[in-house]
Design a binder for this molecule. Structure first.
Ligand code: DAH
Length: 360
């Protein structure tokens, strides 16, 4: 066997034996690198007489080509084998549940959920949403709503006042959403049909009272709306909100400075141990105050009570959220405890709609 054939045999054996990229590279360097066997052969060419140089040169070049081809083939084979090995170890069980993304793990607070639910219900009846500031003037929170100056009615609601200004006037944290009735009537011409969800504040704290809580106000002003309409709206609301087919309601006479007549509304329920059910039973639960807007309030807001009339109501959002979703302690609503929110919160992409279900 010639020296060239021997070298070829050795190199090709090394290439064939290379079991990974690194071994293959070592075989290539041993053959074609600066100190490789083929490189060494090529270096000998210069010492040969011209005729011999030609024939030997073409032999060595042939060897080089075959070695290069063998290297390329082996490289491809190793790549294929590596891919196959990876595919064999990496298996994917498509029957496993999809892992939740961080956005899906987050939860919507029950207050937000219930606000969205009641907005969907009233929007379906043709109500728009109005809003006002949490920091109010005494005038809008009380005076324009027909609370007489120095009347004990102002003490009905334990108010957080700011320090008086030089002129003696005091700003306050609104004690109810009713001042937005005033803002709405001053800004819009009747017919008015709005709901006003928002934060309200009173100096009060126990299991069912927090210093900050939420109300939703309703206001309808036109020329002919009356208590019959109000009763229908509230009944339809309660059925839709508590997701029951029928619900009995009880309207009791009451007093608010800004309505005449004034009523408090109870809904039928059954209490069982810690649970409460609506649409059945013979117990009653108070859920809101309402009435016909007082002529003085209309006047204070630039409307002539001989032309315009309407009704209003105010309802605690936290209260109806507790009732609907069985949360016993209101204070937990505002403690920002992730475990509570994970338990009572709602999935972010489950928007409440009347067609798709409010809470399912
Ligand atoms: N503002 C009252 C409260 O916070 C609730 C209320 C009662 C609002 C009667 C009204 C209403 O609009 O007509 O206690």
């Amino acid at each position: 066997m010639t020296d060239i054939a021997q070298i070829e045999q050795r190199i090709l054996a090394d290439v064939a034996a290379a079991s990974d990229e690194a071994a293959l590279e070592a075989a290539r360097v041993a053959a074609l690198g600066k100190n490789g066997a083929i490189t060494a052969l090529l270096k000998t060419l210069g010492t040969l007489p011209p005729e011999e140089r030609k024939s030997r040169g073409s032999l060595i070049n042939g060897l080089k080509e075959r070695v290069n081809a063998a290297l390329a083939a082996r490289r491809e084979a190793l790549k294929g084998a590596a891919l196959k090995a990876r595919l064999d170890t990496e298996s994917l069980d498509v029957t496993l549940p999809v892992r939740e993304t961080p956005a899906e793990v987050g939860r919507v607070h029950p207050i937000t959920q219930v606000t969205d639910e009641l907005t969907a219900i009233f929007a379906d009846m043709g109500f728009a949403v109005a809003e006002g500031p949490d920091i109010e003037t005494d005038d809008y929170n009380f005076t324009k709503l027909n609370f007489p100056q120095d009347h004990p009615a102002r003490d009905m609601q334990d108010t957080f006042f700011f320090n008086p200004k030089p002129d003696g006037s005091r700003l306050l944290l609104r004690t109810h959403t009713s001042p937005v009735q005033v803002r709405t009537m001053l800004a819009q011409k009747p017919p008015i049909r709005v709901i006003i969800p928002g934060r309200t504040y009173r100096s009060d704290s126990d299991q069912t009272h927090t210093p900050m809580f939420h109300q939703v106000e309703g206001l309808v002003i036109d020329r002919s709306s009356h208590l019959g309409h109000l009763k229908w709206i509230l009944e339809e609301f309660c059925k839709a909100f508590f997701e029951v087919d029928r619900v009995k309601m009880r309207f009791r006479p009451s007093f608010f400075p800004f309505t005449e007549p004034s009523l408090e509304v109870d809904i039928q329920c059954r209490r069982e141990k810690d649970e409460i059910r609506f649409g059945e039973g013979d117990d009653w639960l108070e859920i809101l105050g309402c009435g016909m807007v007082h002529p003085n309030v209309l006047r204070n807001c630039g409307l002539d009570p001989d032309d315009f009339q309407g009704f209003a109501w105010g309802m605690g959002i936290d209260r109806i959220a507790m009732l609907k979703y069985g949360m016993a302690d209101l204070r937990a609503f505002f403690e920002a405890d992730v475990r509570w929110l994970t338990h009572y919160g709602f999935r972010p992409l489950d928007f409440p709609t009347l067609a798709g279900g409010l809470s399912s």
